[in-house]
Design a protein. Sequence first.
Length: 144
Amino acid sequence: MCFQHVLVAYDGSNLSKKALKKAAEYAKRDPDIALEVIHVLYLPSSIMGSAFVVAPPTYEEEIEQETKQMLQEIREELKELPNPVKVELLKGNPAEQILKHTEAGNYDLIVMGSRGLGPIREFILGSVSHNVVQRAKIPVLIVK
């Protein structure tokens, strides 16, 4: 089975780094394989609404800047690939945004790590990878 448009869900965890590496190795086999990496930023205000957030006013801006820096590093890491590569930042619930993005694009494979959330976020959100596997309409490769 040959996948031509691969979406990598990246959260900065060690397992998502392994997933990105695996997707890049796969893409190297064929320069026509398009690789897109997305990171979904899940800010406190998107969990409880801004009225309930007790973080400093600059907290979300700082997190967003750090995330953009991380994505720039991914761009640098992948620039050696002969493939078309896109790196994008999304905001919201990770599983929902991954699924929504997948449906809007013409992807034929999702690659992601098996776990990335800490125990508290996982308790609140559930496992993103489990949610995506259960609801995705295309194959999902889970990297451990």
